[in-house]
Write a protein that binds this ligand. Structure first.
Ligand code: AMP
Length: 476
């Protein structure tokens, strides 16, 4: 079975029940989750009777002016921030997706990707469903709307049993908030609580992809939404049910390697701890004779700290990042992306001149960024550049919500480590081992991980039919 033709949704979700300033809390939550998607964002609120929505392309702080937020005033809210690839980057696909159904008004926000989306969509279209977007999320909305179950929680449970893949989602109806995770727990979703303020009758229950959103809105982390769990928060309080039997947990290890913020707790574990461990482990497995450890900011910083600590080689910020450009990945056109490296990073000549440098980054995807950075460090006078990567070679695309390109574009799917070293122009190159990465991220402790992008072994039972076509290695 093929996954949907669009499998690149990196997203953040947030939900609030109930607070007199729900729209502001959702806004701040999304602000903290901006790194999970910079293309579009949206908020849907409820004032107890009806739902109100505002979504737009762009960054959270630009989309939600005070004026827009005032229009959204409500006590319940959900929010979504999204990044996807070019073909799909329309406002039409921005979330939340709101519908009016025979079960009333509802809106849904989803992080992850379904692997049976095409199949489900085809079946529903042949039965007369008309889809307005190309997003997987609309499929879930249709399944809920057309479920024979009478109540929304039952209809949602029914819908979630029919979809396969990765989903951490939040839903809003005029009087309830719903939060659910797929039975394998691919993507994160945590639950928190803001203690009732004087004059408020009840605590505010919140959900977010990462706990850094809780910190900003003064919520205490309570627990993870469990794989296969559906939590409903309404006038009756918080109720939890398991709509499906949990399957062996396969949470995305890349959340710990790169995607989540280090100040977040994800899958019940501090990301900072994983990332430092990754660096320490990398130092043990692949030490280098060098004078300075230099991180590629920001993604390599925490691992570089661990590497420097373990080796005793001093850490130096030899690359300075401009904070006024987004991640290079947000611009999908290759020509602009290459230019973006220079826009974003500049070497510190006085730190690098005549030095043997260990350069630390979290991953090499296509190899083009690393190649430019290595050249940049050499041009700034470094004598040697030893590249160290805090995860194993990325050899397979992700079908569960991380933007990893096809095998054809993944440099490590088609080249040996020596060929990659030559391509990026480093004096040496080493990756962390699979076992080392799993150990650093506490595999088997609070969670077990999906490592499909490093192994090609996917936890869901469809087959990756993409052919591996070796590509020539470009020379420096
Ligand atoms: P590349 O030139 O394709 O090898 O890009 C590698 C850089 O992209 C590394 O610095 C990573 O931190 C970053 N990166 C890797 N995966 C992703 C992703 N899914 N989204 C955004 N950035 C990424």
């Amino acid at each position: 079975m093929l996954p949907s033709d669009k499998f690149h949704d990196e997203c953040g979700v947030v939900a609030i029940y109930s607070n007199p300033e729900a729209e502001k809390l959702a806004y701040l939550g999304l602000h903290a989750l901006q790194h999970r998607g910079q293309e579009s964002a949206g908020i849907v609120t409820s004032n107890g009777m009806a739902l109100n929505m505002h979504k737009s392309m762009g960054l959270v702080a630009d989309i939600f002016t005070e004026e827009e937020l005032a229009k959204l005033h409500g006590t319940l809210a959900i929010g979504h921030t999204r990044y996807s690839t070019a073909g799909d980057s329309s406002l039409l696909n921005a979330q939340p997706i709101m519908v009016q159904s025979n079960k009333g008004m509802m809106a849904l926000a989803h992080n992850g990707n379904l692997v049976n989306a095409s199949e489900l969509r085809g079946r529903m279209e042949s039965q007369g469903s008309i889809f307005q977007t190309t997003s997987d999320t609309e499929i879930i909305v249709h399944l809920i709307a057309f479920s024979k179950e009478q109540t929304l929680p039952e209809a949602m449970a029914d819908a979630l049993r029919r979809v396969e893949g990765a989903f951490s989602l939040v839903m809003i109806s005029p009087d309830r908030i719903f939060a659910a995770r797929d039975p394998r727990g691919f993507r994160p979703l945590a639950m928190g609580r803001i203690p009732a303020q004087p004059g408020q009758k009840q605590d505010t229950i919140v959900f977010a992809s990462e706990t850094c959103a809780f910190d900003l809105i003064g919520a205490n982390y309570e627990r993870e939404v469990k794989p296969g769990e559906l939590i409903v928060v309404g006038p009756e309080g918080v109720t939890s049910r398991f709509y499906a039997t949990p399957l062996p947990q396969s949470s995305c290890i890349f959340e710990h390697v790169y995607f989540s913020r280090p100040d977040s707790r994800v899958f019940g574990r501090a990301v900072q701890q994983s990332r430092e461990n990754l660096g320490c482990q990398l130092a043990r497995e692949a030490p280098a004779d060098a004078d300075v450890v230099v991180p590629v900011p920001d993604s390599g910083v925490t691992a570089a700290l661990g590497y420097a600590e373990e080796t005793g080689i001093p850490l130096r910020f030899g690359l300075i990042r401009s904070h006024y450009v987004g991640r290079t990945f947000i611009e999908p056109r290759q020509a602009v992306r290459d230019f973006g490296v220079k826009l974003k990073l500049n070497p510190v000549r006085s730190l690098l001149e005549g030095k043997r440098v260990v350069l630390i980054d979290d991953s090499i995807v296509r190899g083009t960024t690393s190649r430019k950075i290595v050249r940049m460090i050499r041009n700034a006078g470094a004598k040697e550049v030893h590249m160290r990567i805090s995860c194993p070679p990325t050899i397979s695309p992700c079908f569960y919500g991380v933007d990893t390109p096809s095998k054809k574009e993944l440099i490590a799917a088609n080249n040996s480590i020596e060929q990659i070293r030559e391509f990026i122009g480093a004096d040496s190159l080493a990756y962390l081992s699979l076992e080392g990465m799993k150990k650093a991220c506490g595999d088997g402790e609070k969670t077990t991980y999906c490592t499909a992008c490093y192994t090609g072994k996917y936890p869901t039972n469809w087959v990756d039919v993409e052919e591996i076509q070796p590509v020539a290695v470009a020379k420096n």
